[in-house]
Design a protein around this ligand. Structure first.
Ligand SMILES: O=P(O)(O)OC[C@H]1O[C@H](O)[C@H](O)[C@@H](O)[C@@H]1O
Length: 568
């Protein structure tokens, strides 16, 4: 396929389009009766069981999807990624988050240079620094050990680390390692987020980690200046050196901010923000909280999936299968959303993280060559842990729109609870729902079944479930640092596969720029109006009215205020 040919013009795409008609004649109720089909749609990798038999697909569909992958040159694109080629062409960058978790002796080149030693240099520095902080060898300005950490960052410099932290928080080994320590995340520029995050913290015992790939993100930098003020107003400006460290690719700006370059932890432009949790972005705050050895296990779990993704044949390749099935659901069956439903409260921040990984990567309107696409890419990802979601939005999933669901379950709970007189353990109760929901979606309930149950005639249509609603199930053996790494890498690579098929650049994010530049115009206006009383100009009627109303109603804000920090 010539690079400017769109995938929708290839034979495999057209064949899949035509194949939709065959699939529309099937119902999951019947497809699920075919045991050999179901058997072929289950696989195991490194302790993880993947069951995609409840997808609206046959083995024939899968074969057509493999042909589509071939037409899209997915294998070649995976190789180019692992070989450090500049596949993020609009930013002229390699995409090498896999190097962040590669074993020490691996060789992964970017521009002819093996990047793995550099990666391990930073990891070793993190191991050393986090051990010094955790042991109390590194102390704050007043000689006290730093037991609490506030990580400031947003987007990719926040969501991944928050997901991993939340997942580890209730894990037995991690709990032991984190005793007496706190890790908090300050992301939003909303001063309420500052108030929430400094409440109960003492600057004397707090370490602030400023996390920003660019070190220019407006929200992060204002929050960083605010916490710098919080520290220096309590302990004096010289305390900043002991209480603030940074993670960035822009070490020059880190130094200009006033953070000692020795306390800066680098990463590289070949790590995309939303793919950066395995760099110092995640590894530093998580190592401060849990110790490096636990975080190393997380990296190993991700690395295991990386090797599998790179080398397993597509028929037995978890991220590839998941990616192709998502393309099938979005581009052929027309399902524009995807629900991520972990049956584990520890994974409550997984869906928010994957929202960025997926939607920022694949929500594009043009091909990698800049050609407007006649088909839509990306999907609307959302999710909540089960069973909470069941009591919230599942109604729509069961009887309203069709939304392919990812059910993620865990065999061994991090926190088992048994009550002597209960029918099952608390985790079995949770998992009963995990096993039941996919069948409820697939099979539904027919009017005939309802009539047999003597349901009143006027309620039959209300109580009917059409079924035939696709889902897939991922069963993890447990939820330790290693498994969390595996899960992360599966989803990262799945998103890449989708982008490779759609022929887009999944690694840039130009769509976030316009809002930023318009906000800067508004910021200038707010400054000019508050400080010099200038009237609101240069906006459309609606925006002008909104800003003017806001300014008039908050005219009591002093035009030259002295520093005010949250009092909570
Ligand atoms: O890490 P930073 O440079 O501060 O960037 C934080 C975030 O900024 C933007 O919103 C980008 O779209 C995100 O991809 C990025 O993760």
């Amino acid at each position: 396929m010539a690079s400017s040919t769109l995938i929708c013009d290839t034979e495999p795409w057209k064949e899949l389009r035509a194949h939709v008609e065959d699939i529309n004649k099937t119902h999951l109720r019947d497809l699920m009766n075919d045991t050999s089909r179901c058997q072929s749609m289950m696989m195991e990798f490194d302790g993880i069981l993947l069951d995609y038999s409840r997808q609206r697909a046959t083995t024939g569909t899968l074969n057509k999807l493999f042909s589509l992958a071939e037409a899209a040159r997915v294998k070649e694109k995976i190789n180019r990624m692992f070989n450090g080629e500049r596949i993020n062409s609009t930013e002229n960058r390699s995409v090498l988050h896999v190097a962040l978790r590669a074993p020490r002796d691996a060789v992964i080149n970017s521009d002819g240079k093996n990047v793995v030693p550099e990666v391990w240099q930073v990891l070793d520095k993190i191991r050393d620094f986090s051990e010094r902080v955790r042991s109390g060898a590194w102390v704050g300005a007043t000689g006290k050990a730093l037991k609490d950490v506030v990580a400031i960052g947003i987007g990719g410099s926040f969501l991944g680390p928050l997901f991993v932290h939340t997942a580890l928080q209730t894990e037995a080994e991690a709990i032991e390692c984190a005793r007496g320590r706190q890790l908090r995340f300050l992301a939003n520029v909303d001063p309420i987020d500052i108030a929430r995050n400094i409440t109960g913290l003492n600057p004397e015992t707090t370490l602030v980690v400023v996390v920003s790939k660019t070190f220019t993100t407006a929200e992060t930098m204002l929050n960083a200046r605010t916490l710098r003020e919080w520290i220096s107003s309590a302990l004096g400006p010289q305390a900043v050196a002991k209480h603030m460290v940074a993670v960035s690719t822009n070490l020059k700006l880190v130094e200009q901010f006033g953070i000692d370059p020795n306390n800066a932890f680098a990463f590289w432009d070949w790590v995309g923000g939303r793919y950066s949790v395995c760099s110092a972005v995640g590894v530093l705050p998580l190592s401060l909280q849990y110790g490096f050895p636990i975080v190393e296990k997380f990296l190993k779990g991700a690395s295991s999936v990386d090797q599998h993704f790179y080398s397993a044949p597509f028929e037995k390749n978890v991220p590839v299968l998941l990616g192709l099935l998502s393309v099938w659901n979005v581009s052929f069956l027309g399902y524009s959303a995807r629900a991520i439903l972990p049956y584990s409260q520890a994974l409550e921040k997984f869906a928010p993280h994957i929202q960025q990984v997926s939607m920022e990567s694949n929500g594009k309107g043009v091909s990698i060559d800049g050609v407007p696409l006649p088909y839509e890419t990306g999907e609307i990802d959302f999710g909540e842990p089960g069973t909470n979601g069941q009591h919230s939005f599942y109604q729509l999933i069961h009887q309203g729109r069709v939304i392919p669901c990812d059910f993620i379950g865990v065999v061994k709970s991090q926190q088992p609870v048994y009550l002597k007189d209960e029918v099952v353990s608390n985790h079995d109760e949770l998992m009963s729902n995990f096993f039941a929901q996919p069948d409820a979606l697939a099979y539904g309930k027919t009017p005939e079944q309802l009539q047999k149950e003597n349901v009143a005639e006027h309620l039959v249509s209300h109580k009917t479930f059409s079924g035939n609603r696709p889902s897939l199930s991922i069963l993890l053996p447990s939820l330790n640092a290693y498994n969390i790494g595996q899960l992360l890498a599966i989803y990262e690579h799945r998103v890449a596969v989708q982008g490779f098929v759609w022929g887009i650049n999944s690694f840039d994010q130009w769509g976030v720029e316009l809002g930023k530049s318009l906000a800067s115009q508004v910021r200038k206006q707010l400054h000019a109006s508050r400080k010099k009383g200038e009237s609101v100009e240069g906006f459309n009627f609606s925006t002008k009215t909104l800003i003017t109303t806001y300014l008039e109603a908050s005219a009591d804000v002093p035009s030259d205020p002295s520093t005010l920090l949250p009092k909570i």
